[in-house]
Design a protein around this ligand. Structure first.
Ligand SMILES: Cc1cc2nc3c(=O)[nH]c(=O)nc-3n(C[C@H](O)[C@H](O)[C@H](O)COP(=O)(O)OP(=O)(O)OC[C@H]3O[C@@H](n4cnc5c(N)ncnc54)[C@H](O)[C@@H]3O)c2cc1C
Length: 255
């Protein structure tokens, strides 16, 4: 699949949560090609500071409108530059990059933590009309604006918050064993903090359920050239998160 470097006009860049924005870009070429799991590598301004692009998962596409969406948290300089942009500004994007999720199983379970939920929005749309359940975790109720996005696509929504302000008090891994008890699910997809994905992968293995993880390691070039994002695999080789991933079968990258 060709990777493109394009100037994309910003359709909107609005706050949807505390320090979280949804960026919608007009980029028809990418909109018709992107698949769930892929990401954009975004040049956040026209200077060389910061030098590196910032990777953001594609959280949705609209082929007819020619748009691609991402949802990002403002955490540092790069995302702060991005947050300051307005509709009709443009950004230089490279994409769609990386591989995609394998759309498998008839009863998929999605497990997402924090901003790891962004690629799962796109994935849930692609898995419809299968009966999808999602287990999502965040620090507090204010972070769980995700619920509205998944409501129309999922038959079951399970929520945890660290402080108990929404759903069950705790983390996703406190709830997952219960969800897996009845052997309903035949595929698990997960994205979020590494420790969460390791726990999900372990439980999936114990229940013999295939599991895909989407890694969000630091990366530089985004196209497999610089090797800054390589990760160890179970057979001793190393894989590039940007080009071989970011989606992997759990047993490949989590032991
Ligand atoms: C494939 C991929 C997809 C991603 N998708 C999304 C997404 O959809 N939404 C989103 O909000 N973020 C996503 N990220 C993380 C995002 O790229 C970083 O948050 C962003 O690059 C930070 O840039 P910055 O200049 O604002 O922050 P920096 O100044 O570079 O860093 C500020 C803080 O953020 C942390 N940070 C920076 N990069 C990462 C990272 N890759 N993973 C975890 N923590 C990081 C740093 O530890 C530091 O504490 C993704 C990362 C990858 C690799």
């Amino acid at each position: 699949m060709p990777k493109m470097v394009l100037e994309a006009q910003i359709v909107s860049n609005i706050e949807i949560g505390v320090n979280v924005k949804e960026l919608v870009l007009y980029t028809p070429e990418i909109a018709v090609q992107a698949v769930p799991g892929q990401f954009l590598h975004v040049r956040v301004n026209n200077s060389y500071h910061p030098l590196l692009r910032r990777p953001l998962s594609i959280s949705n596409t609209d082929g007819e409108a020619g748009t691609v969406s991402t949802i990002y948290r403002v955490v540092g300089q790069g995302t702060a530059y991005l947050a300051a942009l307005h509709a009709r500004d443009s950004v230089n994007v490279m994409g769609p990059l990386g591989n995609g999720f394998a759309l498998k199983g008839q009863r998929p379970l999605l497990v997402g933590g924090g901003m790891g939920l962004a690629p799962l929005v796109f994935l849930a749309g692609a898995l419809c009309p299968r009966p999808i359940e999602i287990l999502m975790g965040g620090r507090t109720k204010e972070e769980m604006f995700w619920e509205d996005m998944f409501r129309t696509m999922c038959t079951g929504i399970h929520i945890t918050t660290d402080d108990g302000t929404l759903g069950r008090c705790g983390v996703t891994l406190d709830v997952l064993p219960d969800l897996l008890k009845n052997n309903v699910f035949d595929m698990i997809y997960t994205c979020g903090p590494r420790i969460m994905m390791e726990g999900v992968a372990k439980l999936a293995r114990e229940h013999n359920i295939p599991c895909q993880v989407s890694l969000e390691d630091y990366m530089a070039c985004g196209i497999g050239g610089c090797l800054s994002c390589t990760c160890a695999t179970s057979n001793g080789s190393r894989k590039k998160v940007c080009a071989d991933g970011p989606v992997f079968w759990a047993q490949e990258v989590i032991s």
